[in-house]
Write a protein that binds this ligand. Sequence first.
Ligand code: SF4
Length: 300
Amino acid sequence: MGIPTVQVVPVPLGTGENASLAAWAARLRREKIRNRRVLLVQTPQLILDSFDREIALRRGYYNFPPTGLQYLYESLRGMGLEVTILNLNHELLKRVCDDPDFAASRWLEILGEALDRYAPSVVGVSCMFDTGIAALLAILGELRRRDEAVVVAGGLIPTYEWQSLLDRDLAHFTVAGEGEERFPFLLGLLFDGVWGEAMGGIRFCPDGEIMESRGVTRAAAFDRDLVASYAEVRIEEHHLYGSLNPFARMAGLASTPFAAIQFQRGCRARCTFCAVPGLMGKGVRSRALATVLAEMAFLI
Ligand code: SF4
């Protein structure tokens, strides 16, 4: 299957929330967009307050690749953007393990170095687990303190905690649910003032009033070829600084390179305590076998 590209066409501003979205995006475009660079940041999925260097040196922390950001990376193909991924989970573990003088408490410096080096106009920050909430808040706080780029928060935590993030002015936008269609829609608006099909689920707070875009809210097409995105991930060294899960360590596979390949998304059940249905919509969707096999062949 070919890589989907995003079709952007000029549309009227519309009315109501979408007109406010267009106006807010136009204002941010004037104030923040100075190049076509987008930085996608994976939040550390660690409880940083209890970080232990010895555990890191024994590869005891999880260090799975930023698969969700790889999907976003591919979804932006064809928009003329320069996109890069910063997996702060991996970079933090790598820095701590490789440099005995680097204290984990200095982890935000890694973000600062990337921002100075790359100078993105837009930073997208993803957080998928409760363990990353403190780090997410620190990242967003640092980005808003610097006030250089448009800040977009997405993933599981911002899907549910959007009000708190916007009330505290920690992001210009939050994107609910899967981002493969909403994020390109938002970036089309931010960079070029154009959009294709209006997308719902984008929340923003331009002047003290939180609003949400109106438009389609379908589950995103995710049968994408991720091979090119691995150039951003350095998957071959993830096993050197952490583990995929406890079972791999118990099975003595700590020295074996690993990757995480997504076959399906969603769930048939709708357990009321679970975040999966709200994040991914109803039902189960599968990637095409050929896409999965091509990714496996590349990784092996
Ligand atoms: S807990 Fe969530 S993922 Fe598990 S069966 Fe229930 S809805 Fe599905």
